[in-house]
Design a protein around this ligand. Sequence first.
Ligand code: S3P
Length: 472
Amino acid sequence: MLKNRVNASAIGFLQTAARDAADRRDMAHDASNMTPLSSLFSNGLKGRLQVPGDKSISHRSLIFGALAKGETVISGLLESEDVINTAKAMAAFGANIHKDDDGNWHVTGLGTGALLEPTDVLDFGNSGTGARLVMGLAGAHAFATTFIGDASLSSRPMARVLNPLREMGVEVLSRSKDRLPLTIKGADPATPITYRVPMASAQVKSCILLAGLNMAGTTTLIEPIKTRDHTEKMLRGFGAELGEEINEAGETILTLQGLQELSAQTVTVPADPSSAAFPVVAALITPGSDLIVENVLLNETRTGLFTTLVEMGADLVIENERESGGERIGDIHVRHSALKGVTVPADRAPSMIDEYPILSVAASFAVGETRMLGLEELRVKESDRLAAVAAGLKANQVPHEEGEDYLMVTGGSNQIGGGTVSTHLDHRIAMSFLVMGLASPKAVTVDDAAVINTSFPGFVDLLTGLGGRFEA
Ligand code: S3P
């Protein structure tokens, strides 16, 4: 019996171990082990490129593979730190995971509701998606699971997933204020819930659906604002039935019967639009550029940045549009363009939530004012992204105004650059400001380029190969 195997003193021990690990990591991220990098004005980026696989789909393909009976084969998996930590977590729950000589990943799953108790703490590094989705799995299994992460992840709010899990009967022991490190003691028996997601968050939605999938009974989820739908698509792709309707208020209602059996699948992960965003904006702002980014996921819950860039006057064309694995994909052909400032409405935020740092860089080179509204969720990303972007703009002479939930950038000056940007363990801050330097008269430096490995290993080499100039 797995039930109640972990008593209070064992949880205390796990917590102390987790806290020590996080403290060590906190202390380790100081100037002595950061990797500063500068980017320099470049004479146009040219060529065809592939960016790595989609991060959201990569996490989920490992998770669904571990819950399905049989062997799931994944090609194009994003092999970044975030995703590898999810792979390790699923292995710790008993899934068999390996990579073959052709680069495909094989996951042999255990079935829904059948994960095994991990024998060690699970380290999610920098990954909010990994941690929050797996908390849903852990909550539905009657054993204790301890979650740790880096200094960034340990400062991010987890109450948004822990509160609905508590309603299902889950117990939580956390360091403080529902932050990592924390231990989840799965509900026994777990009670499925009806839950209205209070913020626009695919992670919260996915956590609850994954918990519901692994417990008996019907889970109902009400999503007032549509967010990325990869969990829903994958549930169906792995053979589960998921009810979906829109109510009179325009909210999406999802109903999921727990303990449905999933069957193993072949998954092809398309290129990540959130990673494609960096070379796309680099090409738009760097004179002489002409790039084609291949096989990019064009799911409409993810393409808000491309819509916005076209409104700004970008010469951005989707070519070779097609369907692959139930998703729309295409090649993005982009050339240097004269951009103008626009207002980005708040209701577009969910479809471009990770793209505001790089949009702010595009806005820095656009004539006039770009107003970005509805940005409250940026405060709780890998860093306080609104503050981190504003500080980076300030360091590089870009006029802007930071509000509690908005950002206005006045672009088009010929004085941009010359600053050093604090990345705060945030990969997208690092990549965004390195892109800024490629088109700026003065170099832009980021304090730690190593954080890019969270989502985009090979970023600097890829851009260098296209004509980008960097200096360590
Ligand atoms: C993600 C959801 C988004 C996004 C994150 C990935 C996902 O977070 O910012 O990078 O894969 O579900 P929120 O759910 O917090 O909006």
